[in-house]
Design a binder for this molecule. Structure first.
Ligand code: GLN
Length: 491
């Protein structure tokens, strides 16, 4: 079977469980696909061929022994290089961790193994998950399978591109300000940011700890829900993990797939549905709103007046937390060490290591964050941003008294050409204009393909109350049932 790479995770798991194909055959098909296209896409930083085939063999043996297999057993998955993988390189897209092989698995990766999925390798990302295009990766950019001269989004562009290029049916991302949803939108795939604390941060290399949320990426809403279910839920190793079961996102996705949204009330965010987005993005979004109404949803406009302050607040809070988190990269404990010739002081070695190991965007954020936290400026910057965060949360709370979920375009623009925004950080930051409020609030958000603009994918974002992740899956699956999945030009 040469078309195993075109199947959904549900289809693959069904074929493996029914003995119509083997996990090894499925895995080999994806490894072959990676070998055929990844020199052009560059989605992967590391392909773990031996580990993948060994995991696949283990699934086939369990099946042969008559063991009950889980709903994702034998399905390949690509993992963003922000999550630790025991013995497998983990770089976070940075030179400072080059060569580091973590001594332990992150909780997400452990749960992927427990579910019988097959990890193909680690995907490319902007350094330390800071960016919206993967161009800030220290290992070179990933290319969008829809148009290889364009960005695949970021920071998890590798995971999204791997899906769109049929190199993997499932992938893991992490979303601090939009890094799952925005790459999903610009590659025509599905990306979900779970409720903060709904997925474990144990073994997720920290960027901004009050925002970082690992989550599922897939080509269909149901596949994303199954992956969400497999990786989510309480983890005692993460102090902010929510001690409650994952909302039944799989049942919600199945319900949504019936295409009936009767009784569901959706709020179009006024501030994110006017000027500010490209006309083609707005047109696709507007058409999808009509579709959602035809499926039975009641649509109203909801103003969230503080959302316009989300971007500036985020660009104080995230760098502040990053400046603290990234202090651990000292040239002593992990990865790179520069200038340790026996004559230099510890401080000099730290300086040389950090100078050589961090890229320009990471340095910019560390400097901004250090400044915003310094005494005399703390109240004016970090303190003020935290107050704005509270106002944004109040906007969400008030909105969810009126509607079940909020909707907007996922990003203001489609995939832009590589290099178009690297010289102006602010232009890059705008990619997450619509996704950041959800992170500051802590609720869940999903991006689902909603159409094309000039031949490139557009995503619609659904935002739900905290711990109501199931609601967004229902709406996203309903839209998908009407719009269909988007298929990129064949590579
Ligand atoms: N693009 C945003 C940033 O650069 C979001 C990143 C993320 O979600 N990891 O910070």
């Amino acid at each position: 079977m040469s078309d195993l790479t075109r199947l959904t995770a549900v289809e693959i798991a069904g074929l493996v469980a029914g003995g119509e194909t083997s996990a090894v055959e499925v895995t080999q098909a994806h490894l072959d696909r990676i070998a055929a296209v990844d020199d052009r896409v560059r989605a992967f930083l590391h392909v773990d061929t031996d580990g993948a085939l060994a995991a696949a063999r283990a699934v086939d043996e369990r099946r042969a022994a008559g063991e009950e297999l889980g709903p994702l057993a034998g399905v390949p998955v690509a993992v963003k290089d922000v999550l630790t993988t025991k013995g497998v390189p983990t770089t976070v897209g940075s030179k400072i961790l080059e060569g580091w092989r973590p001594p332990y698995d992150s909780t997400i990766v452990q749960r992927l193994r427990d579910a019988g999925t097959v990890m193909l390798g680690k995907t490319n990302m902007d350094e330390f998950a800071m960016g919206s295009s993967t161009e800030y990766s220290a290992y070179g950019a990933t290319h969008n399978p829809w148009d290889l001269d364009r960005i695949p989004g970021g920071s998890g562009g590798g995971s999204a591109a791997a899906l769109a290029a049929y190199e993997a049916p499932l992938a893991i991302g992490s979303d601090t300000g939009g890094s799952i949803r925005q790459p999903g939108a610009v590659t025509g795939t599905v990306g979900a940011k779970p409720t903060y604390g709904g997925t474990s941060r144990y073994g997720l290399v920290a960027f901004s700890s009050s925002l970082d949320t690992p989550g599922p990426c897939a080509r269909t809403v149901l596949d994303a829900a199954l992956l969400h279910q497999a990786i989510g839920g309480h983890d005692p190793r993460d102090s902010t993990s929510i001690p409650a079961p994952v909302p039944d996102v799989v049942a919600a996705a199945r319900l949504g797939a019936t295409g009936d949204l009767t009784g569901v009330k959706l709020g179009v965010v006024t501030e994110f549905s006017g000027e500010g987005a490209e006309p083609g993005v707005l047109a696709a979004f507007r058409e999808s709103v009509d579709t959602l109404a035809k499926l039975g949803a009641e649509i109203v406009e909801v103003s969230c007046p503080h959302f316009r302050y989300a971007l500036p607040a985020y660009y104080l809070i995230a760098p502040s937390e990053c400046s603290s988190n990234l202090a651990r990269f000292d040239g002593v404990r992990f990865g790179l060490r520069v200038g340790d010739d026996g004559n230099r002081s510890l401080e000099e070695v730290m300086q040389l290591t950090r100078e050589a190991g961090f890229g320009p965007e990471v340095k910019r954020r560390i400097m901004i964050g250090t400044y915003a936290l310094s005494s005399g400026y703390y109240d004016a910057y970090y303190g003020q941003a935290q107050k704005v965060r509270t106002l944004i949360t109040r906007d969400f709370t008030a909105a969810f008294e009126r509607v079940d979920a909020l909707i907007s375009p996922t990003t203001p623009f489609v995939a832009f050409p590589l290099g178009a925004r690297t010289s102006d950080p602010y232009q890059m930051y705008l990619a997450d204009l619509y996704t950041i409020p959800t992170n500051l609030y802590g609720g869940p958000g999903i991006s689902v393909p909603c159409g094309l603009s000039e031949g490139l994918p557009v995503g619609l974002q659904v935002m739900a109350p905290t711990m109501a992740d199931d609601r967004m899956y229902r709406v996203a699956a309903a839209l998908e049932s009407a719009v269909g999945t988007l298929t990129p030009p064949v590579l």
